[in-house]
Design a protein around this ligand. Structure first.
Ligand code: ZN
Length: 210
């Protein structure tokens, strides 16, 4: 348990998730990190994706942090912070246990279920953090097969399914269009090119880029 550490500011919470992601990367794993905080900002549990380390595809960062927290009487007022938009599996966990808030590092490289969570009353804080975008795009470019395995993408779909957060399992670049001129936009554009050159299919909103 990560006793003694406390944070209520979303960016500080994210710093812990990023630390977890980097630990996972150093272990040869997928760099996604998460932590669960109680209402007072105390850490209940923290963890990172352990697909590679444990050979367990269900050990996503959020799930690992949740399990590390052990039994809690209630999840009211808790915050799950994660470096990447939560997949359907982890979004289901957030909803199942009525976790109140989700702080997300980025949703550009993967757009998960956070719109669905928001529609069901979960407070969503999307930080669009450049460090998180960079960490994931570098990883996806270096390990496209491992990434596709993690998101359950065996073969890219030949035709696009429209709508964000609709369960499309490829890398997405949500928000890319309106930030094309910005620093993050340039970064994303660069990484998109790199990803495509590695055979990763990308989607811009509802349009496929690849
Ligand atoms: Zn997940």
């Amino acid at each position: 348990m990560a006793g003694g550490q406390q944070a209520t500011d979303p960016q500080l919470m994210l710093a812990m998730a990023i630390q977890e992601a980097r630990t996972g990367l150093a272990e040869g794993g997928i760099p996604i990190g998460a932590a669960l905080f109680d209402g007072a900002g105390r850490v209940l549990g923290r963890g990172h994706n352990r697909r590679v380390q444990d050979g367990d595809p269900s050990m996503h960062a959020e799930t690992t942090a949740f399990r590390q927290a052990g039994r809690q009487r209630s999840y009211q007022g808790t915050t799950m912070v994660t470096t990447l938009s939560p997949c359907w599996f982890c979004s289901g966990l957030v909803r199942q246990f009525s976790i109140s808030r989700v702080v997300i590092g980025e949703a550009r490289t993967f757009y998960g279920g956070h719109d669905w969570l928001r529609a069901h009353g979960v407070e969503i804080v999307l930080l669009d953090d450049q460090e998180c975008v960079e960490m994931m795009t570098d990883f996806i470019a270096a390990h496209p097969a491992l990434w596709n395995e993690d998101i359950g993408e065996v073969l890219p779909p030949s035709t696009g399914r429209s709508g964000s957060g609709g369960g499309w399992a490829g890398a997405s670049v949500e928000g890319h269009r309106h930030e094309r001129g910005g620093v993050v936009g340039d970064l994303v554009e660069d990484r998109c090119r790199l990803l495509r050159s590695h055979g990763v299919r990308l989607r811009l909103g509802g349009d496929h880029l690849a």
